[in-house]
Ligand binder design. Structure first.
Ligand code: HEC
Length: 135
């Protein structure tokens, strides 16, 4: 193959590869928790995390409305009725494996439930609680 054909092909392959990588696993629940804890500046509390998760924050939904009070089994989306895989990482190996995905859903769901983004401390508390749920 001559270089004139090879280089656009290579560029295309590199683009496809980057696209796939952004959705693939690039982190672990433990790494996300460490980085949230560093930003929060306080140790996470599983007890506070559970309380935050099951409580309403002045709006219609709590986190548990869609994810269940004990997110070790599948949840159900309050609006669409679609099934949601268990949020606790011990019960779904794909959980908290992609930093961009986690950020995106924390942002969206906190806005829906709390009416603002969650703080690093609130996210660390919730993740600390989710990680404490074991089989
Ligand atoms: C209206 C339904 C709904 C509510 C309420 C909700 N979630 Fe979610 N959540 C989803 C959906 C849908 C997804 C994306 C699909 C998936 O990951 O299974 C998701 C994904 C997530 C993820 C991504 C996990 C990962 O693997 O990276 C996190 C974190 C999360 N939610 C936390 C929360 C927290 C914290 C609250 C409360 C502040 C909350 N959610 C409230 C529907 C909801």
């Amino acid at each position: 193959m001559n270089a004139a054909i090879a280089s656009p092909l290579l560029a295309l392959l590199l683009t496809l590869n980057t696209g796939a990588a952004s959705a693939a696993a690039d982190t672990t629940p433990g790494e996300i928790l460490s980085s949230l804890t560093a930003r929060a500046g306080v140790a996470p509390s599983a007890q506070r995390g559970r309380q935050f998760f099951v409580s309403r924050h002045g709006r219609e939904w709590s986190c548990s409305t869609c994810h269940g009070e004990l997110p070790t089994t599948p949840g159900r989306h309050a609006a669409t009725g679609k099934s949601i895989a268990p949020l606790a990482p011990a019960f779904d190996a794909a959980r908290f494996g992609n930093a961009a995905k986690t950020e995106k859903w924390f942002r969206r769901n906190c806005n829906d439930v709390v009416g603002r983004e969650c703080s690093a401390a609130e996210k660390a508390d919730v993740l600390g609680w989710l990680m404490s749920l074991q089989r």
